[in-house]
Structure formats: C-alpha cells, structure tokens
Design a protein around this ligand. Structure first.
Ligand SMILES: C[S@@+](CC[C@H](N)C(=O)[O-])C[C@H]1O[C@@H](n2cnc3c(N)ncnc32)[C@H](O)[C@@H]1O
Length: 294
C-alpha cells in the first residue's frame, strides 16, 4: 500500500513536470494529455524513466499527406533520433511496440520492410516480431499484393517486463476438451494467440467503411491495440504514442483504464483524437473511475 502510494506520488510529480515543460495541452482529461507538437521537440523536454508502454506507428516516408518525403538516409537518421528519445523516457521495466510497413529505395528495393533497416539501431531488447496479416489492401500488378505489416515488440529489461498472456488468450480453440493423462490439454481461457495476428485494416469506402473509421488515412484497428495494451501494461500505468494520428492508442488505453500521453503534429488530427476520447467518455464514464493524474 505504502509502495503504491509512493509510486502514484512519483507519477504525479513527473506529470506536473511534463505540464511545466510542455505548456498547455491541446486536450486534457483526468487521465489523458494530448499535445499538438512535433514529438521530437517535445520528448527532448520530458524527464527520463516515465513511460510504461509506448505503442506507435510513425510516418513511413511513402508520400502520405501527413509526412515529408526525405532521402532515405535522412529518414533513418530522423527515426534514430526519436527512437533514442523513446528509450530514454521509458521506465526500466517498460516496453515499446513499433508498427512499421514498407518503403521503396531507388535502384535497390521496391518494397523493403522498414524493420530490416532499423531493427538493430533501436536501443531496446527485441522480444519478437509480430506479423499483422490484414485481409484487404492494394492489388499488386507485377508483384504479390502486400497483406502484412510488422509490429516489433521491444523491452528495456528482458528479465523484467509485463506479459499478461491470460488477458489476451484466443478463446477460439478447436478441441477445448482434449485431455492428456486425465488433464485438460488446452488452457480453459484459450490458446496463445501466436505471432501472426489476423485483424482487418480499418477500411474506408462508401459501403465498406469500418464503424471505427475516421478521416485519418492510416488508423490503427482498435482490436490490435487492445491486445497489445492488455498484454503489455497494467491498469493505471502510462501509455504513450508520439505519433498519435486519430487517437486510437489513446481511446484504447483509456477504455482499459490506463493513463495516456500523446503527441500529434497536426491540429486536425488532434481534433479527431479529442472527439474520439470525448465520445468514449460520454459512452462509458471511464475517466471518473480512473486515478486522476493529470
Ligand atoms: C501513421 S500515422 C499514425 C496513425 C495512428 N496510429 C492512428 O491510429 O490514427 C502517423 C502520424 O504521425 C503524425 N506526425 C508526423 N510527423 C510527426 C511529428 N514530427 N511529431 C508528431 N506527429 C507527427 C502524422 O500527422 C500522422 O498523423
């Protein structure tokens, strides 16, 4: 109990410090802070050892409307800068989940998975790569249609990190009653979901748009982020997304009773994120039941 109080007091002090160095947030609730800022400029000002779990997807340097197209070397050096900052602000027991797709390198590669270019430049310890297989996407003409992206799961300390497998077991078991020596072979809570995850992308289009769809062109599916946050953090811990976009990480973190900090450079996306959080709070009243840190 005393330990818990000390931890909470320490968190409150750190969060007050963030408030002091970053100024007025774009949007704030009792358990959520969103800033319209360049994440690198913002992270540099944040104290060390604050974040339990970062879940994010950066620009892939492929010409989307929210990114600059940089020469590959410049893109990779920029990635190194923000990746080092995420490492510095993560707690010693914390984790980092990084979603990455593909990019082209002139005269070298049509579609190289970005993890091949950076996985070992990231100061964390790599637990594993998750393949996210989604059902629909662009149709390849002179190559196979891409249907996967990766999530790299990193931790700071391979001997001490959170993995709540029971929270995310897959209940879809083929032979749930199978026994060996009189004992059930399969965990009654379900099986390990493996390192290949099948979740649809957040689809757009007149008749096929997903219910959770916003105007953001690269939205995370709620189901994917729910699995990550449940498995790799605990209630009241701080979840962080430096490239917040439409706010999916925030919405999921808050609905799972975590605290949340996010940065997004564009005001229109901050607004989408803030509206999504407001809708969640109206629906579920989650904020009132949570620890008030912010
Ligand atoms: C791949 S999208 C993230 C989408 C998000 N996962 C979601 O669920 O909506 C990347 C986001 O990073 C934002 N961004 C680009 N450069 C940034 C920077 N330097 N600092 C903060 N945000 C940035 C873009 O505006 C874009 O919304």
């Amino acid at each position: 109990m005393v330990y818990k109080t000390v931890v909470i007091l320490k968190l409150i002090m750190l969060v007050n410090e963030i408030d002091r160095v970053l100024g007025k947030p774009y949007y704030q609730t009792n358990s959520c802070l969103i800033y319209q800022l360049d994440c690198l400029d913002a992270m540099i000002k944040i104290p060390d050892n604050l974040i339990n779990l970062t879940v994010t997807s950066p620009p892939y340097n492929i010409g989307k409307n929210y990114e600059k197209n940089l020469p590959i070397d410049e893109y990779l050096s920029w990635c190194n800068m923000w990746l080092s900052e995420i490492y510095r602000i993560t707690l010693s027991t914390g984790a980092f989940w990084l979603n990455l797709g593909y990019l082209s390198i002139p005269d070298r590669a049509k579609a190289i998975p970005i993890p091949y270019l950076i996985w070992d430049k990231i100061p964390f310890y790599l637990i594993q790569e998750i393949v996210w297989n989604y059902g629909a996407g662009v149709a390849g003409k002179k190559f196979f249609s891409p249907r996967n992206e990766k999530f790299l799961w990193y931790v700071k300390n391979p001997d001490k990190y959170t993995f709540n497998l029971d929270e995310v077991r897959d209940p879809n078991v083929k032979y749930p009653h199978q026994k060996k020596n009189g004992k059930l072979k399969v965990n009654p809570k379900g099986k390990n979901p493996t390192d290949v995850w099948q979740f649809p992308k957040v689809t757009s289009g007149k008749n096929r748009a997903a219910k959770e769809r916003t105007p953001h062109p690269a939205q995370f599916p709620i189901a994917v982020i729910s699995r990550i946050i449940q498995a790799c953090s605990n209630p009241n811990e701080i979840v962080f997304d430096p490239f917040l976009g439409s706010g999916t990480t925030a919405v999921v973190a808050l609905s799972l009773k975590r605290q949340f900090i996010g940065f997004e450079i564009r005001a229109d996306y901050c607004e989408i994120a803030a509206n999504r959080i407001e809708n969640l709070l109206t629906e579920k009243q989650v904020d009132a039941e949570q620890l008030s840190l912010f």
